[in-house]
Structure formats: C-alpha cells, structure tokens
Design a protein around this ligand. Sequence first.
Ligand SMILES: Cc1cc2nc3c(=O)[nH]c(=O)nc-3n(C[C@H](O)[C@H](O)[C@H](O)COP(=O)(O)OP(=O)(O)OC[C@H]3O[C@@H](n4cnc5c(N)ncnc54)[C@H](O)[C@@H]3O)c2cc1C
Length: 477
Amino acid sequence: MSKTAIVWFRTDLRVHDNPPLAAAVEDTDEVVPVYTFDPQQFGESEYGVPKTGPRRAQFRRESVTDLRSSLRERDGDLVVRQGRPDRVLPTLAREHDADAVHCQTRPATEEYETEASVRQSLSHEGIELKTHWTHTLYHREDLPTPVADIADTFTPWRQDVEENAAVREPVPAPETVPTPAVDSGDVPSLSDLGFENPETDIDDRGVYEFRGGETAGLERLAEYVWERDRLREYKETRNGLLGADYSSKLSPWLAHGCLSPRRVHAAVREYEAERVANESTYWLVFELLWRDFDAFQFEKHGAQFFQPGGIRARDIDWRKDRTAFERWASGETGVPFVDANMRELNATGYMSNRGRQNAASFLANTLGVDWRLGAAYFESRLIDYDVCSNWGNWAYVAGTGNDSRDSAFDVVGQAHRYDGDAEYVTHWCPELDGLPSAYAHEPWTMSEAEQRQYGVELGIEYPDPMVDVDAGHEQFE
Ligand SMILES: Cc1cc2nc3c(=O)[nH]c(=O)nc-3n(C[C@H](O)[C@H](O)[C@H](O)COP(=O)(O)OP(=O)(O)OC[C@H]3O[C@@H](n4cnc5c(N)ncnc54)[C@H](O)[C@@H]3O)c2cc1C
C-alpha cells in the first residue's frame, strides 16, 4: 500500500535545506505540500495594531507563489488554503489518506500553540505530526549545553557553541516531489486577506526592492557575496543607513524561511575558501549567531519574553501614553534621527539595525513608553519580522531581556556619529534639507534668528522635540 505524507510549510518557504520536505519525500511514495494563510496571523493584535501589515503579507504571498513554482518544477504542487491550520490539515490528511504531517517547529508561544492544536486535531484522525528543527544555524540537538541550561548572556553562549558544536551541512533540495492530483487553490489576494487599499508599492527611496521567495533570496545572496563582493567589508559597513550593500539585506528571506541560515553559512565558507577570510566574513556568521541566540532564548524562557518586565521580571512602571506612541510611530517626534528611521520603516517595511536600536531605545528608554507597544508596531510593519529576533532585541534595548546593563542610547550622539553629513535624515525628512548638518540633527538648537532665517528662506518647519533628548547616555558601539 502506498504511503502519503503532508508537508505543512510555515516559515520555511523553500525547497533547499528543508528537513520536513526531505523527510517526507524520503519516507513516503507521495507528498502533499500545503501552505495555509492562517487568519490568526492577521487582524489586530492586543496592542491595537495589525499583526501583519500589508508589506509583509505581500512578501509572504510572493514567497508562497515562488515555492509553488519550485515544487511544480519538481513534479509536485503546493496546496494553498486560507484557514486555521488545525482545520485545514486534518481535512487534507483525510482527503489524501495521509499517514503523517511533517512540519517545522518554532520556539515561540503562539507558534507552539498553533502546533499543539494541529497535533491534537490530527490525533483524532490517528495521524502523527512530525516536527523538525529547521530555523537556526546550529541544530538544537547539537548544542553543547541543553537549552534549559544555556547562559542568558550572548558571549558565553557564543563561545560555547563556537568551540563545541558544528553547523550541519544543508540538506539538498529533492529532485522530485511526487504529488497526487490535488485541488491546489489560488494564492489569496491582499483583499482576500482583509487589506483594503493596502500600500505595497515599492518606495524608490528604500534601500532595496525586496521581493519574496526562495529564488529572489538566493539571488540576493549571490549578488551580495559574489557579484558585488561586499562580504569582505561587511564589518566596516554594517552600521550604514543608506544603500543596498552596507549590510546583506538577507533578513526578510531568512525570516520567511526562503533562505536557510545554513545555506548562508555555506556561502560564507565557500567565499572564504575562494576569495578572502577576514573579520568581516566571520562577522556575518557572528550576526547569525545572534539570531540563533534569540531563538534559543525563546525556547528557554517562552512567554516570559512578552511580559512588561521581560525575562528579568523587572518592575518598571511603563507609560501607556498612546499619543506619545503615535507620534513616535508616525515619525513626528521632533528628533530627526528617530523620525527618519520610523518614516523609512513606514514607507518600506525595512530599517537598518542602527536605526532599530535607536528608534527602540527612544520609545522605551527616553519616552518610557511600554516597549511592547513598539515591538508590536515593528511586528506589524517589518517585512523581516521574526518573533524571536524582534521581541528579543526589543527586550534587550528596553533592559528587560538578555542584558543587564543600562541600554539607553544617546540618539543625538548616534545621529552625529553615524550620519555625520545628515544625508540620511534629510533623505527621509526632506523638510530639513538645506540646514547645516548640525542643525539638521538638532533643529531645536537654532537661535530664534536662525529659526526665522531658515524658516523664511527655506520654509523649514519641524516639530519641537517631545522630551529633553540629551538625557540619554551611550553604552553601545
Ligand atoms: C529593536 C530591534 C528589532 C529587530 N527586529 C528584527 C526582526 O523582527 N527580524 C530580524 O530578522 N531582525 C531583527 N532585528 C535585528 C537586525 O536589526 C536585523 O536582522 C538586520 O537589521 C537586518 O538587516 P540585514 O539582513 O542587512 O542584516 P546583516 O547585518 O546583514 O546581518 C545578517 C543577518 O544576521 C541576522 N542579524 C543581524 N543582526 C541581528 C540581531 N541584532 N539580532 C538577531 N539577528 C540579527 C539577521 O538574520 C540578518 O539578516 C532587530 C533589531 C532590533 C534592535
């Protein structure tokens, strides 16, 4: 009797290095690949913002469409549905008389809950849910120290894995994915997903034209590493703010699983063998280790990450000031470096790492607003949203996560340091264009006469800063 398995794709929208897909192809005669747009990921979050904004939804649609093409090239297909996984999967499993469902497991609260409800609903049909660890560079089972005992600070954890663990080779993409006749369904439109008049046009001020899918992700990897040859200087350029190549821009594809971190790691090793191995090539892998660290910290601490005091259970009286939050979110705080970054996020779905650190610190540390509102806003807007990286980094900056130091940023000092000529702030706040760069970063320091002069001559008007911004103090590099 022939055996059939279902592969439930989640944030692993690729055929390369995909252990659930590879295992299903290996173990069974026929495979039914499935992706379902889960309504629980859309709608409004408990923080009053959309859980998934239209730009990430669009990236996801493109990624699903690309995955379907790759599977069709392999004699397969992708069944696409709109509905809760715990309803869609048992129905399909029954229709195809499947023996098992294979999927990726993710170490975060909602993702585990979804998985648990799927497991339960499948068990009523006598079908097993087989989960695979696929999202990180190091496999959970290869960690030298069990997750429950890992350090809460990055450096000892990193040193432990670097010395005592190895990265597995990526799993090859299957040559064929034999799929029975299926009713494959259409990829839902943005309006099917509940978006009315969504803004998804590419803003030509953005750093990159992000297109979803494994094909585009692999192209970007080749472009950054080989064609543009930028990996050799990553460590020096990674704090940049403008342009495609100051950093890899791989995060959206990593977050949706269109690219596997092991595939990126393999490309770095190949580049090191063929061109150059230096601090920069090491540093890209170092950043992937941060990503792993975030994931394993979520595995360790679970829902505690979403508490106001975070994993350190700090007793901080966060402000619930919605007006302050909205000025911050719309890029109207009166502090150009913060505003420029928020405007970039709103217009493109992307923000640099330097920008994220400063924008987050300004909301949590300078304004004292509940950091979880900011994390939820980033969750809504970022194309590259990754639950562990986003909430983990927010908690870190807010002082409720994996750092015991005071993490407040001096955002004005950072603006002068990383945007000395004010090119970035005037790119996103064109109303400041024409001011000397010192004033473009600190318009409130102009004398009244200068304000009149620039206001009349250049028509410059900028909101007053919401708070005394000089109170911060810089601890981060
Ligand atoms: C408040 C805040 C929120 C963030 N939210 C997210 C998020 O939702 N999704 C996300 O992928 N990253 C997040 N980051 C981390 C980081 O800002 C982005 O990964 C990075 O800016 C993406 O651009 P890149 O791919 O060019 O990065 P590169 O500098 O080229 O780095 C390569 C890869 O390493 C990983 N990486 C780099 N820095 C970090 C970091 N600090 N923590 C974890 N992984 C990292 C990413 O996967 C990235 O694609 C956040 C950082 C902060 C401070």
